[in-house]
Design a protein around this ligand. Structure first.
Ligand code: PLP
Length: 399
């Protein structure tokens, strides 16, 4: 997945442009810039590649989620439905705006189960936030139908699946809003950065203003701008955006490499009795950043994961016991451990997750192993890795 593996001359040349002009900020300083507007250029490239009317760059993927929610008018006490398997940024962004993260079970797609989503809807629900984890997507048409029926927003977290598609549309562009991360370990990187995409002009304008202290960005004198509402600073720097300008041009090259490596690994595991693969919803095409598969039981998955590690096969993940990506280890959320007093809406509205039953998610996560797909593997390296993975897993299953 990580674009940093192929960081090279194009990225350096883009950054050098910024260093040569000396304008490290994305707004203003028109005269000094020598025509370089890296953040604006990257926004144009992202919007074009994702086939949306608008893209707003931000300082991170977490910032993108936060700004997207706020731009759509989500705030204190509103409920946002999110999956039990995701990165912590999902609930962090929801809590950051005073809203309530409502955790919902996943299924064999490793993303939101539409049936569970519908039964979690209350009068306070405003948003359904599927997270396209590990390269593949949620059942977006089912989720969209639910959102339409209940008048909810569909916000796609496509941070781990950039370049994948659903019904021919780039992931992130199917819902009302979509978010990407360009942090250091994502498929394309800015070092730190993120983006929000949408076809909704009002959401875009809100995001543009909100992420820069409420500046309306009319004219070319920052001091003279007005501020239609309160904002914050979620700006990306021009240096980070410059790296992204080079990387976004390489997205399709990266996806092609990932697909090649993914296919070799998958073919090696296909014939092993007991190994099955994560379900990709009909109409979906992965971005191939991970190969995700199930073993017959939790016990066998744990054993296989341990054996893969002992065989030197790094980058295989067992999320069920992982601190960051699965609800079981989110003790800080479950116990609402905060540095200071949180908004009353959250204290009163947050479900008691210490008593929650997510056994339907556990059934899938307990059996899941994900192998990261790296860009820098050689042809021989992937082939021998595939062979070794097959050997180790076959051995565990034969015991
Ligand atoms: C990386 C990631 C984010 C957050 O992105 P940052 O740029 O690291 O803040 C959000 N959601 C998912 C699923 C991610 O993988």
């Amino acid at each position: 997945m990580p674009g940093f593996e192929l960081f090279g001359e194009a990225e350096k040349a883009q950054v050098q442009d910024v260093l040569d002009s000396g304008v490290l900020m994305r707004y203003g300083f028109d005269g000094m810039r020598k025509g370089h507007w890296k953040a604006k250029e990257l926004e144009k490239a992202v919007a074009e590649r994702m086939q949306t009317n608008y893209a707003q760059l931000l300082s991170s993927g977490t910032a993108a989620l936060t700004v997207a929610l706020q731009a759509a008018g989500i705030g204190a006490g509103d409920e946002v439905i999110m999956p039990t398997f995701t990165f912590v940024a999902s609930f962090e962004s929801i809590l950051a705006i005073g809203a309530i993260p409502v955790l919902v079970d996943i299924d064999d797609t490793l993303t939101l189960n539409p049936v569970a989503v519908e039964s979690a809807i209350t009068t306070k629900t405003k948003v359904v936030m599927p997270v396209h984890m590990c390269g593949s997507m949620a059942d977006l048409s089912a989720l969209k139908a639910i959102c339409t029926k209940h008048n909810l927003l569909l916000l796609e977290d496509a941070c781990q699946a950039i370049g994948g598609t659903y019904e021919g549309k780039p992931l992130g562009s199917y819902g009302d809003l979509g978010c990407f991360s360009f942090d250091f370990v994502k498929t394309i990187t800015c070092g730190e950065g993120g983006a929000m995409i949408t076809n909704n002009e009002a959401y875009f304008k809100n995001a543009d203003h909100y992420s820069d202290h409420g500046h309306d960005h009319f004219g070319n004198d920052r001091g003279a701008e007005s501020h239609p509402f309160l904002g914050y600073n979620y700006r990306i720097s021009e240096l980070n955006a410059a790296v992204g300008c080079a990387q976004v041009q390489r997205l399709d090259e990266f996806i092609t490499i990932q697909k090649k490596h993914y296919t070799v690994l998958r073919e090696a595991l296909t014939d092993i009795e007991g190994v099955t693969f994560r379900r990709v919803p009909e109409g979906g095409v992965e971005n191939y950043s991970f190969l995700n598969f199930f073993l017959p039981t939790e016990e066998l998955a744990r054993k296989a994961h341990k054996a893969l590690g002992e065989a030197g096969l790094d980058v295989c993940f067992y999320w069920y016991d992982n601190n960051w990506h699965y609800y079981r280890k989110w003790e800080h959320l479950i116990n609402l451990k905060t540095l200071a007093k949180f908004p009353q809406e959250i204290i009163e509205g947050l479900p008691d997750y210490s008593k929650a039953d997510f056994s339907k998610s556990d059934v899938w996560m307990g059996r899941t192993i994900s192998s990261l797909v790296k860009l820098s593997w050689t042809k021989e390296g992937v082939a021998s890795r595939a062979k070794a993975m097959s050997h180790v897993i076959t051995g565990v299953l034969a015991e």
